[in-house]
Design a protein around this ligand. Structure first.
Ligand code: NAG
Length: 183
């Protein structure tokens, strides 16, 4: 009985090992082909490459993963904006953040549409939507710098989060662009 248990155990271990070779260690070259041309390689690996779905994904899958990672970052930033709206007292910052809230709402819907466009292989449409969504976040970012609207130049409380969206948007463009058949 003991040896049977041992055998069963070894079978499970060998299944796990072969799964990890066949299923988990897939194509780092594919991830690299998207992350190398991006502005921040380490960022790209940590946000997209380390996604649990990435190792088994093909290029189309990686494009979809990049978009879904971006949508999640936008949602996390929306939560952060919501919290800030209940903490910040300064009226100028508050009004800027309220505008950012709608910028981010619109950006989320643009990125969600770009996910749909990518899934049905409408790559040019997907890239347009990524550009539109990114412009919404740029709009939010600029409210703290050069307006529109009154108030001093300031560092946005979601400065890092805006930058993360910019980096992710660059990664999506690289991945989706690779899916467009070249003449
Ligand atoms: C937002 O930025 C903060 C640092 O300011 C960081 O800790 C957090 O992870 C960021 N969230 C997202 C979704 O980028």
């Amino acid at each position: 009985m003991a040896s049977f248990k041992c055998l069963a155990c070894m079978t499970i271990i060998s299944l796990l090992v072969s799964y990890s070779f066949n299923g988990c260690i897939a194509d780092p070259a594919l991830i690299d082909s998207i992350c190398r041309p991006s502005v921040d390689y380490a960022f790209c690996i940590s946000f997209v490459g380390n996604d649990p779905r990435a190792p088994t994904a093909n290029l189309h899958g990686l494009a979809l993963i990049s978009i879904s990672v971006t949508a999640i970052s936008i949602q996390d930033t929306q939560d952060k904006i919501y919290k800030l709206l209940h903490q910040v007292k300064d009226p100028v910052t508050l009004s800027r953040l309220r505008r950012c809230q709608s910028d981010y709402n619109e950006a989320l819907s643009n990125f969600q549409s770009s996910f749909t466009a990518t899934s049905r292989n409408s790559f040019f449409e997907a890239i347009d939507l990524v550009r539109t969504g990114t412009n919404k976040v740029i709009g939010c970012h600029n409210r703290f710098r050069r307006g529109p609207g009154p108030g001093p130049i300031a560092t946005s409380p979601i400065d890092v989060n805006d930058s993360n969206i910019f980096k992710l948007s660059g990664i999506i463009k690289i991945a989706v662009d690779k899916l467009i058949p070249k003449k």
